[in-house]
Design a protein around this ligand. Sequence first.
Ligand code: SAM
Ligand code: SF4
Length: 477
Amino acid sequence: MEKKTGLPKVNVEGLKSFIPENEIKDLLKNASGDKKQVGDIIAKSLAKNRLDPQEMAILLNADDPEIIEQIKEGARTLKKTIYGNRIVLFAPLYVGNDCINNCTYCGFRKDNLDIVRKTLTLKELEKEVRTLESRGHKRLIMVYGEHPRYDPEFIAETVRKVYETKEGKGEIRRVNINAAPLDVEGFKTVKAAGIGTYQIFQETYHEPTYRAVHPSGLKANYLWRLYSFDRAMEAGIDDVGMGALIGLYNHKFEALAMLYHTIHLEEKFGVGPHTISFPRIEPAIGSDYASHPPYAPTDEEFMKMIAVIRLAVPYTGMILTAREPVALRNEAIGYGISQIDAGSDIGVGAYSGQDEISSDKKSQFVLSDNRSLDQVIGELCEADFLPSFCTGCYRLGRTGEHFMEFARPGFVKRFCTPNAILTLLEYVMDYASPETYDKAMAAIDREVRAYPDSDPRKPVLLARIEQVKAGKRDLFF
Ligand code: SAM
Ligand code: SF4
């Protein structure tokens, strides 16, 4: 009879923050390096080593344009040599916008009366999923407010529903979730439903700011959130997605704090985050704060931060969402972004247009990149990138896949590139518009030609390509 509310029982007894606020501030005040030192730090990263806070602070503090260019070039080299040109595509799926918290920057916050509240029923969820599948999506991140209704059982049920739902040849093969922190039992429940990554953002690691922008609700507890990944990992979830909401506090502080968070996880669990996100605050319905974030970095500062994070945590996937405009996203991909969402709509029920209320009235914030999935795929192919819907590692139990891509020589060539080619070809066969068809087929051709003839896997890949063309689906290495 313990849990009446469906909310977890918050317990932070004995926990201490592992984010050393003063140390970070000192580093940001004092760290500096010349071209030679920066070159050595970049070389350390290119040799596949995570950087230390002092080294990351030197990069973050760089303000000489030549040194900034050196850092960006380092990030581009790392991205090219280790990860290649693949970009994984996903879509967000908002399940419900009820919320007990009052995050100042968010349209879903409890006291916001301007937003229309909505939680999808299972039937409505199914419609959303069918729509996404009919557009070619294979990977989703499901998003929930924090509310007693969205308890672990509810989340698990919605995840199972997504996996069960098939439309034509379409299916969702990986479901990640972004949901409020659970207790260990709750995490076990959602893991059992087959989630891929558990993503949650600390928003700001600066505790005084955190307290100011999270005035009430469970989220007001900084430590409960800070230890979310510890509980998730104790429950057996080893792919976790870290993030900070950029604009609440100094972005350099947040970037360094994410490195400390990473180090904490490495030391305690032997593995850092699967992905890192750094969403910038966007205007949100009913939030003045979101229109005037106090610490908004310029685009140039933001871009430099992305390049520095790429170098500091070279084994981690990096996500940049459609909050950002097209040109900025395209540039950032070059610095190491490995996953982007495409064709996104963040209104609850918006993909399938399930009611008359405009999706803006149910959205959390406003997106800048409104291109369709088809357009994004066409443009990526044209720019020599290789869009991928691969879910091979996750389905074969190769968790921590991003780490393998990074650590195992030849892994990208043997697994990731062929899987990207096969999943892109599926998209082309089943969903592509005529323009995107041509661009994507040219990209596939380019990738196949670049695949070495001497590799014994090449004939297998060529055979699988023919199988996909003949109608077979879901082939992967
Ligand atoms: N309710 C859960 C939570 O707060 O962690 C999960 C879902 S919440 C809808 C997902 C994320 O959206 C938040 O972690 C926050 O970083 C981001 N977000 C909220 N308001 C935003 C805004 N105005 N602009 C950009 N991102 C925002
Ligand atoms: Fe609720 Fe999350 Fe929005 Fe905060 S960020 S108001 S917890 S949905």
